[in-house]
Each structure stands twice: as structure tokens, then as C-alpha cells.
Design a protein around this ligand. Structure first.
Ligand SMILES: Cc1ncc(C[n+]2csc(CCOP(=O)(O)OP(=O)(O)O)c2C)c(N)n1
Length: 622
């Protein structure tokens, strides 16, 4: 890593020649591949923006100038070049650096990110603030073609087009979201990239750049002329120009020389600019180039062997994917909707079997929910499979376009609870609380695969209104032999009328049950109430709690407004006088670490649950 060892800040980069910069890109790629091989993370997207990031760091004056990365999953090169080269080996690990930009981590990270399509709006706000404060720094938003399928991106473009200052949006177009990109904007971009007239025009642009050794006015003219040719040959104008941007591209996003020249040139324009780059996801690592969707986000893997070395095993998402195919065979009105997460939510098989009833709507969770509302109003039974964290985007839609409509739809909420390494922006810890207050919504919280299948079936075939079935990331955990789930609204484990009642739902049942077994061995009268339907709470649920001397509620979700708080309020309303203890997630965001480490830190692992009850027990009994 001869060159990279010398780069401690973007200033060091500026000392390198173009060939050195090109070699540096190779070194960065190796470091990223090795790091993701060791730690897991987002590989293909990062390999696609190495040259772009080097060019940005080379041309801009960071951290005075600002780069806002969309999603932020592609910012590894940015981290490596901005003083975090050594720390990159700790990425996504407990106490290490985050897998996404975080201003708390570095002044080079302009905006915290993890969810898609925010970059243009955030960068516009930063640019406007600079303008109001009399600064003339450059502000750049880097957005992928996938993130450009999200409505927020257009809200940003719509407003940014009116700006009277330099404002650069870089469209990193690789034709891929996680899976191949969808929708007509994707087709439009593909047409711009690959159409015959474009190739001629692209040749002209590249020739213009090739032939002009100096930076500045001549290149500007070359770009303008080439752009006019593109315009005249194919379009009256591009959508971006209609929105008030000067459009330049498409350029080869791996051609460092072109990138540097184009960036230098447009940096002097006092207008919003959109630079369209064509990049390859996974560039430089054959396994990822051949299979960019599989290498989008990966667990640790053997760099020499690729992903084949990983044996994954069944997960909740797999079980959902199989179950929904089975139900679709029985029920012809059943539709499945994903917001660009076909692979993650395991809907690939459904797409193959029922292509007309499958909808990948792009990174558009708001649309997904409202579209589902429309499908339901039209007589279909939609199932929206969305990760808990991304469903936050669709909150008003759940209220306004689903619950108020009194239509029947199912929200299959994947990654509900702690997700681990993706960290703050991705933890699925809000959904139970934010859904709990919405009328006409039923929420199921299965802890095991058969329960997921059962409650999904119930939601699809029986429950009226909006049903949410929420299930965690990964595999099902410990299941006590003696506990036979009856798939009712709740079940009791160990003792049906214990003095100490532990209450929980979802994955935490596994830990709570184990803790309960250990407490039982100490001779305590203790049992677990497992909630399967967390909204509405069944009246029968309160009887064992009212009889207990102490009630402990453990929740893998936020405490404030959560199910535990609601349960305890219900208990108090019924005159409960015993001791109550609630442990959920307090007023904080949960940083990246493994799922187990996060749960331990939150006091929601088996040992912490055991200790909490063991220590509190003496006060209430004897
Ligand atoms: C609101 C939201 N929904 C879903 C995701 C999951 N997600 C992360 S990256 C990604 C694809 C992004 O594609 P693109 O913007 O083209 O970037 P690329 O990875 O291709 O470089 C998706 C769907 C997300 N981060 N945010």
C-alpha cells in the first residue's frame, strides 16, 4: 500500500500525479475488498465509486466543501481518504467506525445517512445555509440511480433547480439498485447511456476532453458543444434540464482524468449542475462484477473464494418468502410488493411464480403503501414486505392510505428489532410503538418460523383492516421443549400463575424463557407471558399479570409509547398494585455492533434479563 500509506487527508492526495492517483485507486480497491471480506459490509457499491471519490477529494477543498452521499453505503473510499485509513478495519464493529457517514465521527462527513434519496434535499439545505452565511463553498450530492427512484429525490431536484449558486448533483448510474433498477426513470437513464446517438455524442465529449490538455474555458466549451449535440440529436432536453439543472454526461465514471476535468470545469459555474456518470457496480473484483446484487451487502467472506464459502441457513425472511408463495397459490388476489428489496425480503421466488402479482416499486416505501392501499381498494389483497426501518418512510401512508381507508392489507415487517452492524439508521426499533397508536391496525410478533407462517396466514385470510406481521433479522433462536405455541394472542411458559411474571414478545422470548428456566431452578415462582398479538392486547392477557406480585416487561423496541408502557398502563387501569419493571430501549439511537452485542448493551440478553429479575425479586417476595 505504498501510496495509500501517505494519504492522511485529502491534502495529501493533491500531491499525487494522475498515474499515481490511478494506482492509488487500485490500492483502495484492495483495501476495501479485504476489509469487507473480514467485517462484512457493502462491497459492490463501494467498488463502483473509487475513482469518483478520488476525483472529488482531489478537486474539492474538503472539509470546507461538502459531499453528501446518498444512502452512504458507498462512502468507504471517502472514509479511507479522510483520515480513517487505519480505522477502516474496525468498520461496522462495536466501538469502530460506522458503515455510513456520521458527522459525529468526522468533520468530513457532512450529513448522517443510511436511508435512500435524502442527498439532494440535504445538500440543498447545506448549500442554502452556506449562501445565507456568505460562504461560497462547493456542495455536492452523490446519488445512485437506485436512490433516484425515491420521491424525495425529486422533491430535492424540484427545489434545487431554482438555486443561484454552484450546486453539483452527481448521478452515479450503474443500472442497479440492489437488484436491477426498476421503473421508467431507470429506462430513461439506460436510454441516455446506451442509445446509438448517445454513443456518438459520448465519443464527441470524450474526444473533446482527450484533445484539450488544459483545464478551463476550452473544456467548458467542449462540454457545452457536446451537450448541445446530445440535445439536438436525441432529446429536446433532458428531464434534469427541465428541472433547472445544466446536464453533463454521461461520462465514464471510472475514467479518473475525465472525472477530474469535468469536476474542475463545472465547479466554476454559478448554477445547479447534474453530472451523469456511468459506473460498474463491483468494479475490480470479478465475483462482485459478475454478481453485483449478491455483493451489495455481504457478511464476512473469503476473498479468494467469493460468497460460495458462506453457508447461510434458513432465516425468517426465507420462511416469509416460502409462505407467501404458498398462500398466493390458494388466494389469487394476493399480491406482493417490495420497495427495492426483493432479495432481502425473499420475494424472488414469488416474482418468478407470480410475475403479474409481484411489484418492485423502487426505493419508494411511501408509494408502496399507498399503492397497496389502492390495490386493496380495488379488491386485491396486498402484502407489503418492508424492513422495519424503511417503513418509517411510509408512516402517513399507513394512517391515511391504509388504516383510514379501512382496507385489508398486510405489512410484512422484516428486520424488526435490533439489526446490528448497519447501526443507528437501520435499527428496527420504532415500528411497534409507531403502529400501536393507529386504529384499524393489528400487530403480530411471531418468535418462531411456524408462528410467522401462522400469523401471516391469519393476517391474509382472516384479520380485517391493516395487519402488521413483524419478525426479526436472521434465524429463530432457542425454543423451550415444553413450550408449545398455540398461536393464540398469547401463551404462557413455565407457570400459569407465577408470583413473578416476565412478559415479552418476538425474539426476546428465547432469552426470557432461558432466564426464566434459570430463575426457576433457584426455586422462584416465575413464568413467562409471551405476547403473540401485541395490538390489540387480548383481555385474557391481564389475568396472570394481575395475579402476579411482580411484573417484568422486556421489549426489543423503544420504551416510550411502546407495547410495554401500554401494557403497564392497562394493568394500572385494572387496579394492579404489584411491582412493575419495564426494560426496553431508552431515549437513544443504537450504534453499530453485532446483534448480540447490541442486545447485551441494552440489557436485553439472557444474562441481563436473569440478573434484573434475580436482583429485583427479593424486594417483592417473602
Ligand atoms: C429508504 C430506503 N429504502 C431501502 C434502502 C435499502 N437500500 C440500500 S442501498 C439500496 C440501493 C441503492 O441503489 P443506488 O442508489 O443505485 O446505489 P448503488 O448501490 O447502486 O451504488 C437500497 C434499496 C435504503 N437504504 N433506504
Amino acid at each position: 500500500m505504498a501510496l495509500l500509506d501517505k494519504i492522511d487527508s485529502p491534502q495529501d492526495l493533491k500531491k499525487l500525479s494522475l498515474p499515481e492517483l490511478e494506482n492509488l485507486c487500485g490500492e483502495i480497491r484492495q483495501l476495501i475488498i479485504q476489509t469487507v471480506g473480514n467485517n462484512g459490509g457493502h462491497l459492490a457499491s463501494n467498488l463502483g465509486v473509487v475513482e469518483l471519490t478520488v476525483a472529488l477529494h482531489y478537486v474539492l477543498d474538503l472539509p470546507e466543501d461538502k459531499i453528501v452521499w446518498d444512502v452512504g453505503h458507498q462512502a468507504y473510499t471517502h472514509k479511507i481518504l479522510s483520515g480513517r485509513r487505519e480505522q477502516i478495519k474496525t468498520i461496522r464493529q462495536k466501538d469502530g467506525i460506522s458503515g455510513f457517514p456520521r458527522p459525529q465521527e468526522s468533520p468530513y462527513d457532512a450529513f448522517a445517512v443510511g436511508h435512500a434519496s435524502t442527498s439532494i434535499s440535504a445538500a440543498l439545505g447545506i448549500a442554502k445555509a452556506s449562501q445565507l452565511m456568505g460562504k461560497d463553498n462547493k456542495v455536492v450530492a452523490v446519488i445512485g440511480d437506485g436512490a433516484l427512484t425515491g420521491g424525495l429525490a425529486y422533491e430535492g431536484l424540484n427545489n434545487a433547480g431554482r438555486l443561484h449558486r454552484n450546486f453539483i448533483v452527481i448521478l452515479n448510474d450503474n443500472g442497479m439498485s440492489i437488484s436491477p433498477n426498476v421503473g421508467n426513470i431507470a429506462r430513461y437513464l439506460a436510454h441516455m447511456r446506451a442509445g446509438q446517438p448517445y454513443l456518438n455524442a459520448k465519443g464527441n465529449i470524450e474526444r473533446a476532453l482527450e484533445n484539450i490538455p488544459v483545464i478551463g474555458e476550452p473544456i467548458q466549451n467542449g462540454l457545452r458543444n457536446a451537450k448541445k449535440k446530445v440535445k439536438n440529436l436525441i432529446y429536446n432536453s433532458t428531464i434534469f434540464e427541465d428541472l433547472g439543472f445544466m446536464y453533463y454526461g454521461p461520462f465514464d465514471g471510472h475514467d479518473l482524468r475525465t472525472l477530474i476535468n469535468v469536476l474542475r470545469t463545472v465547479s466554476s459555474f454559478s448554477r445547479p449542475i447534474l453530472i451523469h456518470l456511468h459506473t460498474s457496480k463491483g468494479k475490480g473484483y470479478t465475483f462482485a462484477e459478475d454478481n453485483p446484487d449478491a455483493f451489495h451487502g455481504v457478511p464476512a467472506f473469503d476473498v479468494q473464494k467469493g460468497l460460495s464459502s458462506n453457508v447461510k441457513g434458513e432465516s425468517f425472511s426465507d420462511v416469509f418468502g416460502k409462505a407467501i408463495c404458498q398462500f398466493a397459490r390458494q388466494e389469487k388476489r394476493l399480491c406482493a410488493i417490495t420497495a427495492a428489496m426483493q432479495i432481502g425480503t425473499c420475494l424472488t421466488r414469488f416474482r418468478q411464480l407470480y410475475p403479474t402479482r409481484f411489484f418492485d416499486v423502487g426505493i419508494a416505501e411511501e408509494h408502496a403503501v399507498t399503492f397497496a392501499g389502492g390495490l386493496a381498494a380495488g379488491g386485491m389483497i396486498p402484502v407489503c414486505a418492508i424492513y422495519s426501518t424503511f417503513l418509517q418512510r411510509g408512516y402517513d401512508q399507513i394512517i391515511h392510505d391504509a388504516a383510514i381507508q379501512q382496507v385489508k392489507m398486510v405489512l410484512a415487517i422484516d428486520r424488526a428489532g435490533i439489526v446490528g452492524e448497519d447501526g443507528e439508521t437501520h435499527q428496527g426499533v420504532f415500528d411497534a410503538a409507531f403502529l400501536n397508536g393507529i386504529p384499524n391496525v393489528t400487530i403480530y410478533a411471531p418468535a418462531y418460523y411456524d408462528e410467522l407462517q401462522h400469523f401471516l396466514q391469519q393476517a391474509i385470510f382472516e384479520t380485517p383492516g391493516v395487519s402488521a406481521v413483524r419478525y426479526p433479522r436472521g434465524k429463530s433462536l432457542y425454543r423451550p421443549n415444553a413450550h408449545v405455541s398455540n398461536c393464540k394472542a398469547y401463551s404462557l411458559y413455565m407457570e400459569s400463575n407465577p408470583k413473578v411474571l416476565l412478559i415479552t414478545y418476538g425474539r426476546l422470548f428465547s432469552f426470557t424463557a432461558k432466564a426464566c428456566e434459570r430463575l426457576h431452578e433457584l426455586g422462584l415462582s416465575v413464568g413467562v407471558l409471551k405476547l403473540n398479538r401485541i395490538k390489540p392486547l387480548d383481555e385474557g392477557i391481564f389475568a396472570p399479570a394481575l395475579n402476579a406480585q411482580a411484573v417484568y416487561f422486556f421489549e426489543e423496541g423503544i420504551e416510550m409509547g411502546g407495547i410495554g408502557e401500554h401494557f403497564i398502563a392497562c394493568l394500572m387501569n385494572r387496579g394492579y398494585q404489584g411491582r412493575v419493571f419495564l426494560r426496553g430501549i431508552g431515549d437513544q439511537f443504537i450504534k453499530h455492533a453485532s446483534m448480540a452485542q447490541c442486545l447485551e448493551e441494552l440489557g436485553l440478553d439472557e444474562e441481563s434479563i436473569y440478573q434484573a429479575v434475580k436482583c429485583g425479586e427479593g424486594e417483592t417476595h417473602d
